[in-house]
Ligand binder design. Sequence first.
Ligand code: ATP
Ligand code: MG
Length: 522
Amino acid sequence: NDVDTFKARLESLVVPERVQSRIDDELNKLSVLETGSPEYGTTRNYLDWLTSLPWGVTSQDQLDLPHARQVLDRDHDGLTDVKERIIEFLAEGTFKGDVGGSIVLLVGPPGVGKTSIGRSIAEALGRQFYRFSVGGMRDEAEIKGHRRTYVGAMPGKLVQAFKEVEVENPVIMLDEIDKLGQSFQGDPASALLEVLDPEQNVDFLDHYLDVRMDLSKVLFLCTANTLDSIPGALLDRMEQIRLSGYIAEEKLAIAKHHLWPKLLKRDNLPKKRINLTDAALKQVIEGYAREAGVRQLEKQLHRIVRKSAVKLLEEELETVKISVKNLEEFLGAPIFRKEKVLTGEGVVTGLAWTSMGGATLPIEAGKVHSLDRGFKLTGKLGEVMQESANIAYSYTLGHLQEYGADADFFDSAFVHLHVPEGATPKDGPSAGVTMTTALLSLAKHHAIDRPLAMTGELTLTGQVLPVGGIREKVIAARRSDIFELILPDANQRDYEELPDYLKEGVTVHFAKRYRDVADVVF
Ligand code: ATP
Ligand code: MG
């Protein structure tokens, strides 16, 4: 009978005293209740949960650095600095004797391998892995459970995780922690803090379970695309590891060593029957998957595999060869053309950094002939960006002669500044230098005739201030084949710290004041 089943389950567990006494109470209750009654059902259900959690059961951590390196290298190409951070983290754990109680945040654009490196961390440690997304959650009961008085009450995700993994020390991944604020009921920060904070999570209370659980042996990994929307109290307690996106060469290696073999294996297709040339693969990366991560690339490669499978069957071929020549038969016309360098008076390429990774951001200034002077902005710019556009306008207006333009150029001109693409929201101060250059290029009738991109905040007095996301921006510039950059002088260290393969072939000018920028551009 039920009572015996539950008792048998407890034999191999080390149940904490307070939990044991609750279980005993409930068992006594069960034995006097009528088997068919609703209360019997709920009590039975409750006991089922209480007795199927891994009280006192832990797995042995495998804190073995060579093994960890091997697992990380086997599953992921590149990401050298990320892997190194993980190794450091494990080395610390070796001395502390434990990696539990830590919260690691993997942050970066979509498809760069956050979730998949999380899995590898668990595997390297020899721990069970459980993952759930907090992104789509509507109320805090999904984390902390419903009170038992609710009809159909259930414990929250954390308790569910423990039942599934059958140990007290799994790796639990909370995906999309940056998307939690928008859809959550109640106070999102405090619900998550209870789970994550080492000072609170030793006695985490799930509403359904109604007995305290120790979450402190769990290694929490969180993932996010941006830091902006993560509550400060949470962010403070996390170890951040940044993944910033791949350049074409890295994508090529990832595709060859991981994505392509994985796709073929999944469909049980022998490697020699589908022959994708290196040149064609490069073309897929350039023409169809120009993103920070590799998810689109994976999708496009999957399309090639599907179409090849059809060809193999219908045309009864022994092998299919995909080369640059016939690639369009498989994928259609390229989505991205080789980017032509934007030219023209008033057109300048900036560098932006969003949750999707780095991006090049062309900025256009145009003169609308009219008798009014004035200034107009379009392109869905956020408040900060509008302010920096205003600063750019004022600064340009005040220094026309100094930079060799007609002093009265703007006197009878209505100026329009536009940042394509118009429908994508943009914000931040880092385009100040770029907007100023666009305005000056217009006033000086001087088109910029070479691939050149810039970023930097500008003050009203012409100082160039540092900006974030240097690494992402350099990657984005390379992706657009731009190898000459202007960066704020104060970002020099960020740039120097980049790995060599990102800096190779890049010419950088560092600017302290706007004068330095103008000297490079004009
Ligand atoms: P999102 O923010 O959208 O959740 P993510 O960063 O979690 O994205 P993943 O799902 O981990 O992205 O990665 C997408 C795919 O790319 C996976 O199949 C993953 O294995 C593969 N991948 C990403 N980076 C690498 C890499 N460096 N080496 C090998 N495979 C990789
Ligand atoms: Mg993910």
